[in-house]
Design a protein around this ligand. Structure first.
Ligand SMILES: Cc1cc2nc3c(=O)[nH]c(=O)nc-3n(C[C@H](O)[C@H](O)[C@H](O)COP(=O)(O)O)c2cc1C
Length: 159
């Protein structure tokens, strides 16, 4: 699922990447709602994607990661993405970052990702991460939209 949601207002727009992994669809539902919320907050371009190259991460003003927890860990693709970004010296300093994800009983993945964004890449992270137990219900999807909106508002206020 790849969306590009663009505003027609103005030439300069902040860009948000909502990058997610989802095996059984729960984190994908959250990701769609986060992207909707981010778009609704204002003059922001939102890319919703399940794949990103390390080289392109620095074109975004905010990176929002959707990561379910499997075996107490983050998705291997995200681990590899950050390893490659570190190896290539991609500069994400002071960019906005946050994470969310579905989980069953421990939910480590979004917290691990926030640690990397904060400590290795010196990103400005929004904490705590947003966690949904298994399938996100309507109430949780509303929280996801609010979460996305908060990311956009953070960018708008610092522009
Ligand atoms: C093989 C397997 C391992 C799992 N390991 C964990 C785990 O370590 N901690 C946890 O909180 N949930 C764990 N879960 C539950 C998933 O995080 C949960 O089903 C989540 O909703 C999956 O999200 P997704 O649909 O986006 O893939 C595991 C599920 C499976 C099938």
């Amino acid at each position: 699922m790849i969306w590009f949601l663009k505003s027609s207002e103005g030439d300069f727009m902040s860009k948000i990447l909502v990058l997610y992994y989802s095996r059984s669809g729960n984190t994908e539902k959250m990701a769609k709602a986060v992207a909707e919320g981010a778009k609704n907050a204002g003059n922001i371009e939102v890319e919703l994607n399940y794949h990103a190259e390390a080289d392109e991460l620095d074109k975004f003003d905010a990176i929002v990661l959707g990561a379910p927890t499997y075996h107490h860990d983050m998705p291997i693709d995200m681990k590899k993405l950050f390893e490659e970004a570190a190896a290539k010296g991609i500069n994400l300093k002071r960019k906005v970052g946050t994470a969310f994800g579905s989980y069953g009983w421990s939910g480590e993945a979004p917290k691990l990702l926030l640690e990397i964004m904060k400590n290795r890449f010196e990103m400005q992270v929004i904490e705590p991460p947003l966690l949904a137990k298994y399938v996100p219900d309507e109430n949780m999807l509303g929280m996801c939209r609010d979460f996305g909106k908060r990311v956009s508002e953070t960018l708008i206020h610092q522009a």
